[in-house]
Each structure stands twice: as structure tokens, then as C-alpha cells.
Design a protein around this ligand. Sequence first.
Ligand SMILES: [Zn+2]
Length: 298
Amino acid sequence: MNRALRLHQHLVARPDLTNTQRQAAMLALGEDFFAAGLLDRAESVFNELLKNYPKNTAACVPLRRIYEQLHEWEQAFALTECSVTDKDERKRLMCHYLCEQVEDDLSKAQLFQADERLKQALGIYPQSARVQVLLAELALARGDRALALKCFRQALTYDQHLLASLVKRLLTIFTRPTELQQLYNVVSTEYRRSPDAKLLPFLAAIAQEVGQGESLMPLLHQHLQRDVGNVQSLACAARYLSEEAQPEAKTALDELSLALGRLAGTMPRFQCTQCGYKLHDYVWRCPACHHWDTVQGQ
Ligand SMILES: [Zn+2]
């Protein structure tokens, strides 16, 4: 145990402290435990501080961070009121805490519970893309594919960046011809509106499924001539080019496409815009800096 921690423990135990001094010492002690990774001890110090001095809301912020780390979402939710001053930020966090619980409900097939919490989350933060994604997952769990597709589309109108993280899942769920055509319309409209290299391989995959591979050729040429691109989009372009190439060039393009595909498989697809942490899968909260909604496709 470090020196500051011992000092603060000693200080808190002294009987001659004023109320203000005791609160400051307890807060410092809690922070020490937290910094040392002793979350349950930090939790009990902060809770004692709040119990003895309910008006001292300084303990609410670190206590909420502890509950986030412990995945105690109900307790984190209860502390948003006293720990977050910005109204919009508070609603966004409350919504995430509910959504975390909904994911847990869905994994246990507690659909009624998930439904109730999603209604609550919608009431708090109606424009949440995450709520729409979970409404879609709930609809899928209930076998309502049309509603699920509608909710996924609604999620994308709230946050178009989500498409890069959702498209892989969408392709595994919506495999029926009419659904694929709708997916193609969504991704294609989005790509034409704002050409994003991350979407190109998925657009190509869906285009082939719905028999519109040909229509993609001009977009691929445009991409190669004009955009920065990424490994996945270049692998996709090489694969397409090999289809219209002469036999001798075709073999080389196939090899290039496979090599780029292997390289793409080793590269993280997502990155936190706050701290730069890279990940293979999308998450709502960065595991490194603990910020919410900062992970994006790269
Ligand atoms: Zn981060």
C-alpha cells in the first residue's frame, strides 16, 4: 500500500477532524483505493461518505465510475443524477446503462424485461441509435424480421457511422431476397451519399447476392482513382477487377486480392477517437479510456 493511502487512512481515523476535513480525507482515501485498483474498498469509502454526508456529491462521480467498471449498471444509473451536470450527457449515460442491462436480458431470453427497459430508455433518450439496435434484436428474438429491419434502419438514421459496425451482422440475418434488396438499397444509398471505403466490400457482397454486381464496376473504378481506401476496399476492388481481366492478368489480380484479404484479416477494424485504442469488434464503451460512443470504424 502506498504512502498517500496510509496517510489518508490515518487521517480519516483521527477524532479531532472537522466535518469538512473528514469529508476531504475520505474523498482522498477513496480516490487512493480507486487508483490502486481496490475497487470494493473505494466503493465502501465513497458509500460511507455519501451516507454520512448526503449533500457531498463529490463522491458520486468516482462511485459511478467504479460501478461502470464493475458492470453494476443499476447502481451506476442511480448515480447519474448527482454526478453528471450536463443534461444531455446525463440522458445519454442513463440510456447506455439501461441498454447494458437489456443486452444482459436478451442473452438470458428475458424478453419482457428487455422490452420494459427499452421503453424506459426511449422515454429518456428517444434519439438513441443503440436503443433502436436493441429493439431490432428484441424483434428478432420474437421472430419479427420486418420490424427488426425497420429498427436497424431507424438506428442508421440516428447514427450513420453505425453501418460499418452493423453491416456484417445485417448480412448474416437478412438473407431472404426481398430483405437483401432492402439492405442493398440502404447501403448503396448511404455509399453514394458519402463514399466510405469501409462500406465498399459489404456493398459489393450484397450487390452480388442481389445480382447487381455489374452496377458496382463504375463505383470501384471511381474508388481506385479518387479515394484513400483501406485494405478491405482494395482487396474487394482487386477481386472485381480480376473478373473483367484477361486470363494472364486475372491470376495476378486474384493473388493480389487474396494477399490483401489476408492482410485485412490481421488489421483492427475499429478505433477509439478519444484515445486511439484499436479493436477488431465494435463496442459502445472504449475498454481503454472508458468513454462512451467514441469507437468508430477506420
Ligand atoms: Zn478510448
